[in-house]
Design a protein around this ligand. Structure first.
Ligand code: TYD
Length: 142
């Protein structure tokens, strides 16, 4: 799986820490959108989708959470709990976010604007998509 953890350089001094993220430097794509989740209710899991094109960096800038990744062949779970580390998630990866601490703030840097057409929200469709190299045969077209 082509996910990876990217460690950002904290610019720390006697006043505290600061992390700066720039597109094509710390972030390997043009940043078109930023969103974040907070006040996630205990026990809630989110996500349950893949993206056809979107790349993302997930940063748990406060608290902790876990991310399940699945490329259709391999599954893994990653804990995020440091404001200076980002999880790079390429396209074609099913993801679920869970185990949010009450104080968790999960920030996502995204390579594209919000586009519902880029989502695959059904797991069986996802498996079909990755196993057919990106060609979903719509049931309407059969
Ligand atoms: P949703 O896709 O359900 O979040 P998750 O995948 O984390 O479970 O998104 C929740 C709501 O927010 C939904 O109404 C769509 C909206 N939304 C935007 O308007 N813009 C965005 O960039 C995102 C990610 C979501």
């Amino acid at each position: 799986m082509n996910d990876r953890i990217i460690l950002f350089q904290p610019h720390g001094d006697e006043r505290g820490q600061l992390v700066a993220l720039e597109e094509f430097k710390e972030i390997p794509f043009r940043i078109k959108r930023v969103y974040y989740m907070y006040d996630t209710v205990k026990g809630v899991s989110r996500g349950f989708h893949a993206h056809k094109s979107l790349q993302q960096i997930l940063v748990c800038i406060h608290g902790s959470c876990k991310i399940k990744l699945d490329d259709g062949k391999e599954k893994k779970s990653i804990s995020l709990n440091k404001p200076y580390e980002g999880l790079y998630v390429p396209n074609d990866i099913w993801r679920e976010m869970y185990d949010f601490s009450p104080d968790a703030v999960l920030m996502v840097l995204a390579s594209e604007l919000y586009d519902e057409d880029d989502y695959i929200r059904n797991y069986d469709d996802f498996l079909e998509y990755v196993n057919n190299h990106g060609n979903i045969v719509s049931k309407d077209e059969v």
